[in-house]
Design a protein around this ligand. Structure first.
Ligand code: AVI
Length: 323
């Protein structure tokens, strides 16, 4: 990948804006219509996601943090010191910052699709950890990615890939396998993957987490239509779509959809597309794993030794895997 270097931000030039727009447009014109979840996260989407994480129904964030707080030492003991911490989909970077001290991190590399968010994250991290070399990479790591040139700047610092929040659940198992393989291609010897994964549990608990009483998740879901309007010059009216979230037990995933409340036409750039009443746009899958199923996926991606921690209810899993 050709890269353009700015002071502390590397923008992956492969990440062509035109290709992102084409992906969004083609998904909306296809049948059934779909939008990749990465389009949720404009400024408003990031703020709404932050609000979701604070909801009483949304257990994953607080359960994962609780595991980190209780098991910080044994987890850190599995990570090599003086490493480079690669924070995949870093967001505000808060979860990673809690590790920089305990894991004795030498270098922090925030990776995110949202450049604005990344700049703020780097500034906050640098201020809090002046001894840690901080760098940002703006890229879409849902596509094959190559951080080797960035990591090779610091060849004696083993990479630790951090992928918290169960974002791996937003990939189909097939795409999750490709991502895990892609991460593994960056690890050798001492490198590690530290990853958080939401686990299978009773359906009512999972469904409430994606359909909260205040309607924050519904707003988060509908906001993606405003993103589409802005990026594609479309005229979606978010209030004409209903939020739907349900657990598909066969696939072991939450499905989020936007369902047209009545039949109507929508302009999408120079195209027109009819949505019949009840017709849905798939906006997100959130797969839930058993610990065994996730270990099997890691093994299939070529990882060897694995360690696993969970909370007392077994709702969320934290894995450390070696290449
Ligand atoms: C980012 N990701 C792990 C969240 C999830 O739970 O799948 C996104 C989300 N969608 C609705 N609520 C939260």
């Amino acid at each position: 990948a050709e890269t353009i270097r700015a002071p502390r931000l590397i923008i992956d030039a492969v990440d062509d804006h035109g290709a992102q727009l084409a992906e969004l447009r083609d998904g909306l014109l296809s049948r059934p219509a779909r939008i990749a979840p990465k389009f949720f996260y404009d400024e408003q989407g990031c703020a709404l996601y932050g609000a979701i994480c604070a909801l009483s129904e949304y257990y994953p964030t607080r359960t994962e943090i609780q595991i980190y707080e209780r098991c910080r030492r044994p987890i850190a003991a599995q990570l090599p010191p003086d490493g480079q911490w690669i924070d995949l989909g870093c967001g505000d970077g808060a979860k990673a910052r809690d590790w920089l001290g305990p894991a004795r991190v030498r270098r922090y590399i925030g990776v995110d699709f949202a450049a604005d968010w990344l700049k703020t994250t780097l500034a906050v991290t640098e201020q809090q950890f002046p001894g840690v070399d901080c760098l940002g990479v703006v890229t879409d790591f849902t596509r094959p990615f190559h951080l080797h040139p960035v990591l090779n700047d610091c060849p004696d610092a083993p990479p630790i890939f951090f992928y918290p929040g169960s974002s791996i659940g937003n990939f189909t198992p097939e795409d999750a396998l490709s991502l895990l393989r892609s991460i593994r291609s960056h690890l050798d010897g001492d490198g590690r993957l530290l990853i958080g994964v939401d686990l299978v549990k009773d359906t009512a608990t999972v469904e409430a987490a994606y359909d909260d009483a205040l309607g924050v998740t519904a707003a988060f879901n509908r906001n993606v239509l405003r993103v589409a309007n802005r990026l594609l010059d479309a005229d979606f009216e978010p209030h004409r779509f209903d939020h739907r979230a349900f657990f598909n037990a066969t696939e072991s995933r939450i499905e989020m959809h936007l369902a047209a409340s009545q039949g109507h036409d929508v302009r999408i750039g120079e195209h027109r597309r009819r949505f019949e009443a009840g017709e849905t746009i798939v906006t997100e899958y959130s797969y839930k794993y058993t610990p065994e199923r996730f270990c099997a996926l890691l093994a299939e991606a070529g990882y060897g030794n694995m360690h696993y921690w969970t909370d007392e209810r077994g709702w969320f899993g934290v894995f450390v895997a070696e290449a």
